[in-house]
Write a protein that binds this ligand. Structure first.
Ligand code: ADP
Length: 185
């Protein structure tokens, strides 16, 4: 199963992603985690990315597209994966589509986790990551609204989008996720 997981920062995507990959035995491709690892290792990509991440801006598309293209070639991705945090722009989605079209391995479903903005701000402010300062949180939410949310319409038109409410207990939300994913597994 190949899944794209979309949701605003603070929606609880990371928590649900862990459960999804464990249950369905998928590779977990979190671009946020990959970029933080690159930053901490001080690689060329990591140092470049850091400038954007620390301000809550998106890292340039070409960096992400190259990173994902490499990752998707690896053995553990051949039986299925969860893309968590990618694509985040229409350009990234188009690049991903052409990669997957070439291999004839389309995405099965695009799962959206929906949470109202007031709730996101509350959650993020209580988290304490380096990019969780109020002004940076605001930038990340703006980036989501302007650059990422157009993907919902993009995938909806392709008939791939399934949306789930992200309010409630972790267990209840996961139960809804499973209900959707079981139809593709
Ligand atoms: P969030 O909790 O905001 O969803 P992530 O952990 O997914 O954050 O990503 C952290 C940061 O990494 C983002 O604010 C952005 O700067 C960068 N990033 C991650 N994925 C992408 C992507 N697909 N395109 C551009 N930038 C990205």
């Amino acid at each position: 199963m190949r899944i794209i997981f979309i949701g605003p920062p603070g929606a609880g995507k990371g928590t649900q992603a862990e459960r999804i990959v464990a249950k369905y035995k998928l590779a977990h491709l979190s671009t946020g985690d990959m970029l933080r690892a690159a930053r901490d290792a001080k690689t060329e990509v990591g140092l470049k990315a850091e400038k954007y991440m620390s301000g809550g801006q998106l890292v340039p598309d070409e960096i992400l597209v190259d990173m994902i293209a490499e990752r998707l070639k690896q053995e553990d991705c051949q039986t299925g994966y969860l893309l968590d945090g990618f694509p985040r722009t229409i350009a990234q989605a188009e690049a991903l589509d052409s990669m997957l079209d070439a291999k004839q391995t389309p995405v099965d479903v695009v799962l959206e986790l929906q949470v109202p903005e007031e709730e996101l701000f509350k959650r993020l402010a209580g988290r304490g990551r380096a990019d969780d300062k109020p002004e940076v949180i605001r930038e990340r939410l703006v980036a989501y609204t302007n650059q990422t949310s157009p993907l919902l319409e993009y995938y909806n038109k392709k008939g791939k989008l399934k949306s789930i409410g992200g309010l409630g207990s972790i267990e209840d939300i996961f139960a809804e996720v499973v209900q959707v994913l079981d139809t593709f597994a």
